[in-house]
Write a protein that binds this ligand. Structure first.
Ligand SMILES: [Zn+2]
Length: 243
């Protein structure tokens, strides 16, 4: 974890991002990076990884992408959460040190590291929010897309990724997927009731972001390719936001 933080500190220095430790959980610091000085008229991006500690490719992919895209980070309006569950990353655990699934805690005052993150997000708005994940049951990459009507990007983003890992065929947990894209525009408030807690992407979509993407790579594929896939997804996002 020290090594990951050291590399993020280097990214922060070269991209002129402010790095803030918002929590200490299970003995590990939880950091957030932001470009507070970027012009307010730019589209803003939120990216997070490692909310589930047993999804390491998301954490590595985000870090490697950021290291390669310092120029973009310098100019863009960004908030980056490199790893919300560092204890879980070290212990290969989905839940945090207190047994909490942080991706079900984005309601009320939150809990664990989500609590200070919610305070940090207060009053912030993004054109796109990206949550990076991995799925042990998936046979390929897929994306959950929460978007305002007519503002769909999932298909285009997956097209940029599928040279690394093919799309997941068929449905995901009984929900219909169109070529790896799961879209939900209505009834979003009710999802939290169905899955027993509000995930990050739903909170962001309802309160902070025009579009919220949850990108998933299949854990059974090689770590190398999964990291590349997360990088490729973020590259797609970067290109989309740069045009
Ligand atoms: Zn996950």
């Amino acid at each position: 974890m020290d090594a990951v933080l050291r590399r993020w500190k280097a990214v922060a220095r070269s991209a002129k991002l402010e790095m803030e430790v918002i929590a200490e959980e299970g003995g590990y610091p939880v950091a957030v990076l932001a470009n507070e000085g970027a012009p307010a008229d730019r589209p803003a991006l939120y990216v997070s990884a490692g909310i589930h500690g047993d999804e390491p490719a998301a954490v590595s992919g985000l870090l490697e992408w950021a290291e390669r895209r310092v120029a973009f980070l310098k100019a863009a309006r960004v908030v980056i959460v490199p790893c919300l569950n560092p204890w879980g990353l070290v212990h290969n655990s989905r839940v945090d040190h207190a047994g909490r699934d942080l991706n079900r805690m984005f309601e009320g005052a939150g809990g664990g590291a989500v609590r200070p993150l919610l305070r940090y997000l207060d009053g912030r708005e993004f054109s796109m929010a990206v949550s990076l994940h991995e799925d042990f049951d998936a046979a390929g990459v897929y994306v959950y897309e929460l978007a305002r009507r007519g503002d769909y990007h999932g298909e285009e983003l997956l097209a940029a990724v599928e040279k690394e890992i093919p799309r997941h065929p068929g449905s995901v947990e009984g929900r219909r997927a169109e070529n790896g894209v799961l879209r939900r525009t209505r009834g979003i408030e009710h999802i939290a009731e169905q899955i027993d807690g509000t995930p990050e992407s739903i909170h962001l979509f309802l309160h902070h972001a025009r579009t919220a993407m949850t990108f998933e790579t299949p854990s059974e594929f090689s770590l190398y390719r999964r990291v590349r896939a997360h990088e490729a997804f973020l590259e797609g996002v970067r290109k989309m936001m740069s045009r």
